[in-house]
Design a protein around this ligand. Structure first.
Ligand SMILES: Cc1cc2nc3c(=O)[nH]c(=O)nc-3n(C[C@H](O)[C@H](O)[C@H](O)COP(=O)(O)OP(=O)(O)OC[C@H]3O[C@@H](n4cnc5c(N)ncnc54)[C@H](O)[C@@H]3O)c2cc1C
Length: 294
């Protein structure tokens, strides 16, 4: 596709959320916010978006930082970069499915600019942070002129590049509950090459074991890049719950996950290949999450 220079725009850099919301109210459809710009500026060069006013969120301190609390879990500001998450010890130790995801995203340069908030708000089916956040039971806070609301990440997406986020709302932070004892998660991304590629298939698995009976008491499987939105695979989860996890069961869960996917065929992969790979990658993700608990 022919990429042009950036179109002309008026640049704003507010330092508070209220100032940002005032600008959005003033300019309406003519304004767009951005964080790292790694998605939006590219789409502007392709003329998919031509906002007259660009509002840079990176001056808003309240949207930055990673805060961990043993009771509440982890709060990640929308402006936290993928690189900051990659270098966070608490994310690596406790929320490893998310850590897995940022480690296979883009390049170091893009990770140093691109944010977790921008990845979710871009709402593409292959957004890599979405499946692990869904599997880990995360929610997002959205703030607009009428106040703040909380939405589970699994209910955030509506369709390709569409979410429940309103034009006059800002995603402020992501909250992931503290994982209980005897639980763990993983994210596996299948790509055409080992780096700098979008997912052909992405699967996140989260498992919790019953400490007394050794069976799985809770399972969440989330799929990316194989449907119009990142989504859970409830049929695969049901196969695992109340059972002892083993390879044969993980194979069954993989089969169930692949019956749910509705991918497209595109330049990167055919529909059939994606569906059969969902089966394989789900099985691997379940077994990896299980081994991590051990
Ligand atoms: C070379 C390259 C490789 C890439 N590889 C990957 C990859 O492997 N996996 C992947 O998932 N993505 C990939 N991406 C896409 C992109 O880098 C990520 O989605 C990144 O996380 C976007 O974050 P950002 O801060 O740059 O978003 P921006 O471009 O700043 O914004 C993206 C969208 O979100 C909106 N937005 C941003 N922040 C907020 C907020 N807080 N509240 C409300 N709306 C907001 C903007 O209006 C815009 O519509 C790649 C991009 C490039 C250029």
């Amino acid at each position: 596709m022919y990429i042009k220079r950036l179109p002309k725009f008026e640049y704003r850099m507010p330092t508070s959320l209220s100032e940002t919301l005032d600008l959005l109210a003033k300019y309406g459809e003519k304004a767009r916010v951005f964080a790292g710009g790694t998605d939006l500026l590219v789409s502007m060069k392709k003329r998919e978006n031509v906002p007259e006013h660009l509002i840079n969120l990176k001056g808003i301190a309240a949207l930055k930082g990673i805060h961990y609390d043993e009771k509440e879990g982890i709060r990640i500001g929308a402006l936290v970069t993928l690189g900051e998450i990659e270098h966070s010890k608490i994310v690596k130790d406790k929320f490893c499915a998310l850590w897995d995801a940022v480690n296979v995203m883009a390049s170091p340069q893009v990770r140093s600019l691109g944010t977790i908030g921008g990845n979710l708000c871009s709402a593409v089916p292959s957004a890599d942070t979405a499946p692990p956040l869904i599997a880990l039971g995360a929610s997002v806070n959205l703030t607009g002129v009428n106040g703040e609301r909380s939405v589970q990440v699994e209910n955030f997406f509506r369709g390709p590049k569409e979410s429940v986020l309103q034009r006059n709302e800002i995603l402020t932070q992501i909250l992931i509950p503290n994982p209980p004892q005897k639980s763990s998660g993983t994210y596996i991304k299948l790509m055409r090459r080992n780096a700098l590629d979008l997912a052909l298939v992405g699967v996140a698995a989260y498992l919790r074991l019953d400490p007394k009976r050794k069976v799985c008491s809770e399972a969440r499987i989330a799929l990316g890049a194989v449907a119009p939105i990142p989504m859970r695979a409830p049929m695969a989860e049901q196969i695992l719950v109340n059972q002892e996890i083993n390879e044969a069961l993980a194979v069954e869960a993989g089969k169930a996950a692949s019956t749910l996917c509705r991918p497209i065929s595109d330049i990167r992969s055919s529909l059939e290949y994606r569906c059969s790979m969902v089966e394989v990658v789900t099985k691997r993700a379940v077994m990896d999450a299980y081994r991590r608990i051990g």
